[in-house]
Design a protein around this ligand. Structure first.
Ligand code: CDP
Length: 254
């Protein structure tokens, strides 16, 4: 694989691209559990100087608040209480709370995420973030399950990140093991498979790749290699856009 290095300014949207869309550039990163989409999206945003939203953290925060009130995360009336708590206190700190990362909260997150009312209640927040991100940034990166399909179908560049189930389980196992010595690789694999199934088969916004998404298989790739591959894609799409739009472009010459 060719590793390419570019300067951050290579990717900031040109004034033409920015004017055409009249909004920050939107990049979506969807994919199944522990596919590496969060790591990729976070690094991509840092590299480009863009804002970043981990949409899974929203569902995780609702799940944690629901569990803390003693509620069943599959029940809308219970999840509504968790949702109300999160809506009243939706801060970056809440989404960075390490307590939302446990295996128990992961399972509960995919349960509250299957409730249509919960998805509906979180939809506008995600769209507003995408279209008017905090700070004067040139773009935004959002990662999740339905960002390229439901939240931002009009995104400029879409990725769908995958990896083999075994490698995904191993990555998540290595992340969780230090806080949970009793954890086994088999437990993590079972957890991911149950969540993937629930996320794929739910009636609203199931996980699938948008037809116009670039499929990025991260099996056997390091986070740095994954980032470089995505940056090469962004660069080529960006150059296609500007080539189409520039005064000397083939389109303009016609
Ligand atoms: O990091 P990981 O891939 O394990 O999960 P996550 O992205 O934090 O998402 C946790 C759960 O939230 C997922 O299993 C989905 O059920 C749900 N989710 C969703 O339904 N839609 C999103 N846009 C993001 C997450």
């Amino acid at each position: 694989m060719t590793i390419m290095h570019f300067r951050k300014t290579d990717f900031l949207p040109s004034s033409k691209l920015y004017t055409r869309s009249r909004r920050p550039l939107i990049i979506t990163v969807d994919g199944p559990a522990a596919s590496g989409k969060g790591t990729l999206a976070r690094r991509m945003a840092a590299r480009l100087g863009y804002a970043y939203l981990d949409t899974g953290a929203l569902y995780r925060a609702v799940a944690l608040a629901t569990l803390e009130t003693g509620g069943n995360p599959m029940n809308w009336e219970c999840a509504r209480q968790g949702l109300d708590i999160v809506k009243r206190n939706l801060t970056p700190e809440l989404l960075a709370n390490p307590a939302i990362r446990t295996a128990e909260v992961s399972q509960a997150a995919s349960k509250v995420a299957a409730i249509p009312e919960v998805r509906e209640a979180l939809l506008q927040y995600q769209r507003d973030f995408a279209h008017t991100p905090p700070g004067s940034v040139g773009g935004v990166v959002l990662d999740g399950r339905d960002i390229g399909t439901v939240i931002c179908p009009d995104a400029d560049i879409k990725f769908f990140v995958t990896a083999s189930p075994e490698e995904r389980a191993e990555r998540r196992y290595n992340e969780l093991k230090p806080q949970n010595p009793a954890l086994t690789l088999d437990m993590v694999l079972a957890d991911l498979q149950a969540r993937d199934k629930r996320d794929r088969e739910r009636s609203v916004a199931p996980t699938f790749s948008a037809p116009d998404a670039y499929i990025l298989d991260t099996t056997g790739l390091t986070p740095a290699e994954t980032l470089e591959e995505s940056i090469a894609v962004i660069r080529s799409r960006f150059l296609e856009e500007t080539a189409d739009m520039g005064p000397g472009s083939r389109k303009a010459a016609k």
